[in-house]
Ligand binder design. Structure first.
Ligand code: ATP
Length: 236
């Protein structure tokens, strides 16, 4: 059984069908990449899984449980966390407050404190800046904070929406090193990226979205050299 399964999922914005009959799976322990041109429906797919958007048709199943009609906080409780596009850290709150927010549904206070300590070990720059306002961090640091905040819910599945967006190339590599480390530790990741090659090089499998539908899928190592895939994510 797949950890996550989307079965013929369609999502609309009013009359616009943003994704149509989309089916995909993510296996436990896997990193899966979702790529596509601007407007292909990548963010919509992640927000459907997080239950931030209404699913018009189809089913989303996580660990055997249908979550298609659940509320967003119920989905977090089940073990899905999203690091959103544009990071969306709370600029006027401290780094530590942002991290605590990621754990807001957890009652195990002592373990939350332990996870904070571990997070600062893993992201030393967040540790050094724990009392600083998140808005004063660099773009790369804010991205790390967004990922760390998502990890604070102890997710079984991490949804990463464009983690490299707007970052300098050297910082992008740093973010991808973190993604690789998380994967090595067994975190399951569904990754949406405009930096398609880099994302494919860091994932086992890739799905290609075009105008709301999956047009290619398979092992990343195969798709990364496929001319048709290149064409698709560059927007035809
Ligand atoms: P990008 O890389 O630009 O973020 P994307 O692949 O994530 O693109 P989505 O943001 O999922 O694409 O958008 C899919 C489609 O839905 C696009 O045609 C977009 O214009 C449309 N869309 C997205 N958000 C809305 C909205 N709030 N209202 C109406 N249409 C929307």
């Amino acid at each position: 059984m797949a950890l996550l399964e989307l079965d013929n999922v369609s999502v609309n914005y009013g009359a616009i069908q943003a994704i149509r009959s989309l089916s995909m799976t993510v296996e436990e322990g896997e990193v899966v990449t979702l790529i596509g041109a601007n407007g292909a429906g990548k963010t919509t797919t992640l927000r459907a899984v997080s239950r931030l958007l209404k699913v018009r048709e189809g089913r989303i199943v996580f660990r055997g449980q249908d979550l298609t009609r659940l509320a967003p906080d119920a989905v977090v409780r089940l073990g899905i966390a999203q690091s959103p596009e544009g990071r969306q850290v709370l600029a006027r709150q401290s780094v530590q407050d942002n991290l605590e927010l990621g754990a807001y549904l957890r009652g195990d206070r002592r373990e939350v404190v332990e996870d904070l300590r571990r997070m600062y070990e893993r992201f030393p720059r967040l540790g050094e800046r724990r009392h600083q306002l998140a808005g004063t961090l660099s773009g790369g640091e804010q991205q790390m904070l967004a990922i760390a905040r998502a990890l604070m819910s102890r997710p079984k599945l991490l949804l990463l929406d464009e983690p490299s967006l707007g970052l300098a190339p050297i910082i992008v590599l740093e973010i991808f090193t973190i993604i690789r480390e998380l994967a090595d530790q067994g975190v399951t990741i569904l990754l949406v990226e405009q930096n398609a090659k880099l994302a494919m090089n860091h994932s086992a499998r890739t799905y290609v979205l075009e105008a709301g539908s999956i047009t290619f899928s398979g092992p990343s190592a195969r798709l990364v050299n496929d001319e048709r895939v290149l064409h698709a994510y560059l927007g035809g």
